[in-house]
Write a protein that binds this ligand. Structure first.
Ligand code: AMP
Length: 506
């Protein structure tokens, strides 16, 4: 089954309802969108000569074209490679080369960066800027029939940062995406045609994945004109478009709740606010519930099982009289309908309620593997179970509490940052003898990056030099906010650096 089939259904059932909007202005209805992607699909196959299964990447700031591009890709039987618009040219280059993408769509702000990255991606033949005439021409011509796809075929390569510092492409199949969509209806909400969703978070991640349950039920997808998260603009759009759903990282919920404009929200404007991707502090959650009402729903998932593993529903948030209400707010909820969840020891044996171990998950949303990386796949998928790398415990009622994150990953502003990647860059400097990167709690961002650096004897090194090095090599949001120069790194008997001790120093 081809996931583009969802759009065919919407074009038949919801015809002229608004499918996409640019800010306050409607852009396309469902029938128009179907027609447009069917024509774009012809261009992808005929003009660009792409064959079923070929990868097509995109680096787009949030915009209506992102949905057009995605469905044109699937309609033509191709595989989408969404890339986070905030990445560095080197990171884009790695993803483009690793996925073997042959075509990449860009917004004008990213055109130069992608052109630079393309030099290291030999398979990439074309870059199409969605603001230019060549993109406009893709909507002119004859439609073609939707390509046949098997449920197990790759539909979306979701690039996560690996602990080795290199991104890994979680291969999501058409089945994974369909089951994730049905799970939304089973566990979170069944949206109503004529409602809306505002895309304030990156389309390459959670917000983009929620396009499916919205599009399939006739919900308008609204893209802020700024292409990013701006609270006053978001509030205005929530007031403009009816029955609004939105996906936000916990830090984005906090920014909304603390902004004076939240008082301007029309009563009943919000239908559902899903949040996840990082821990949400209970005090922040209570404040959000008091301010926004019973519209919050948490999800715990990862690229390898997109938007699905556990959830804390709207109804569970609302049960204030329940004796374990607070504990539940601090949890990530219960297993999703489509996923079995266990907490296990290192041998994979189930642990009793209350004991902390690794969280593993099994179900039809779990990826088929990492793209071109059998070693990493074998480590993550064992006997049909996904080893999440997250640590937590289940209580007697089946509520999962995440105790810690995959070892040393830092989550800042909802984005995952892997220390190894930054350490690799800092180690490029000849004056760096050793370094180690950890997260420090931050009231707004959740965590911020701090680097501990040991300089070579006699060498002189400044924070500014290291900052420059990071700016030249990795995305801005990943670079350390603080550099601490120390004499030696704490190590255990095996010579391994003790990050716990470094965190304690902070
Ligand atoms: P990603 O693959 O980028 O979606 O990141 C997934 C990781 O984010 C998970 O493995 C968790 O460590 C973390 N995460 C996701 N959802 C939650 C949540 N609700 N609470 C705490 N951490 C979360």
């Amino acid at each position: 089954m081809n996931i583009a089939h969802l759009l065919l259904g919407s074009s038949q059932e919801f015809c002229d309802h608004v499918a996409l909007a640019r800010g306050e202005a409607p852009h396309l209805g469902f029938r128009e969108l179907w027609r447009k992607v069917s024509v774009m699909s012809t261009h992808l196959r005929v003009h660009f000569g792409l064959q079923p299964g070929d990868r097509v990447a995109f680096a787009l700031s949030n915009c209506v074209e992102s949905i057009e591009v995605m469905y044109a890709i699937w309609h033509a039987g191709l595989c989408a490679v969404p890339m986070n618009a905030k990445l560095h040219a080197r990171e884009f280059a790695f993803i483009l080369a690793n996925s073997g993408a042959r075509l990449c769509f860009v917004t004008p702000d990213l055109a130069t960066t992608i052109a630079e990255a393309a030099r290291e991606a030999p398979d990439l033949k074309e870059i199409v800027d969605v603001s230019t005439r060549p993109y406009g021409f893709m909507a002119v011509g004859d439609p073609s029939p939707m390509a046949d796809r098997e449920s197990e075929d790759a539909a979306w390569l979701f690039y996560t940062s690996g602990t080795t510092g290199r991104p890994k492409g979680a291969t999501l199949t058409h089945r994974n995406l369909l089951v994730m969509t049905l799970n939304y209806y089973a566990d979170l909400d069944r949206p109503v045609a004529g409602g809306s969703m505002v895309h304030a978070a990156p389309i390459s991640h959670g917000s983009g994945l929620w396009n499916f349950p919205m599009l399939a039920r006739g919900v308008a997808q609204v893209f802020p004109e700024s292409g990013k998260y701006d609270v006053p603009e978001t509030v205005a759009l929530m007031n403009r478009w009816p029955d609004c759903s939105i996906f936000l990282a916990p830090t984005m919920v906090k920014r909304l709740v603390e902004h004076p404009d939240v008082g301007d929200l029309r009563p009943g404007a919000l239908r559902l606010v899903t949040y996840g991707g990082a821990p949400m502090y209970v005090s922040d959650l209570k404040r959000a519930l008091d301010t926004l009402g019973s519209v919050l729903c948490q999800l715990y998932g990862q690229g390898e099982s997109p938007m699905t593993i556990t959830h804390l529903s709207r109804e569970m948030h609302a049960l204030r009289d329940h004796p374990r209400w607070e504990a539940r707010l601090a949890s990530a909820g219960i297993a999703d309908s489509c996923v079995e969840v266990r907490v296990v020891d290192e041998q994979g044996q189930r642990l009793p309620a209350g004991e902390v171990g690794e969280i593993i998950a099994k179900g039809d949303t779990v990826m088929s593997g990492y793209w071109n990386d059998p070693g990493a796949t074998a480590r993550s998928l064992r006997d049909g179970w996904l080893w999440t790398g997250d640590v937590g415990s289940l209580d007697e009622d089946g509520f999962l509490t995440l105790k810690d994150r995959s070892k040393d990953m830092i989550i800042s502003g909802g984005s995952n940052i892997y220390p190894r990647e930054i350490e690799d860059v800092l180690n490029l400097h000849p004056a760096v003898a050793e370094c180690s990167v950890v997260g420090r709690p931050h009231p707004e961002w959740g965590e911020e990056v701090v680097a501990f650096v040991v300089t070579r004897p006699g060498a002189v090194l400044t924070s500014a030099e290291l900052d420059r090095l990071c700016l030249d090599n990795i995305a801005r949001f990943k670079r350390p906010k603080d550099y601490r120069f120390i004499d030696a790194l704490p190590k255990n008997n095996y010579g391994k650096i003790l990050k716990t001790e470094l965190r304690a120093l902070l």
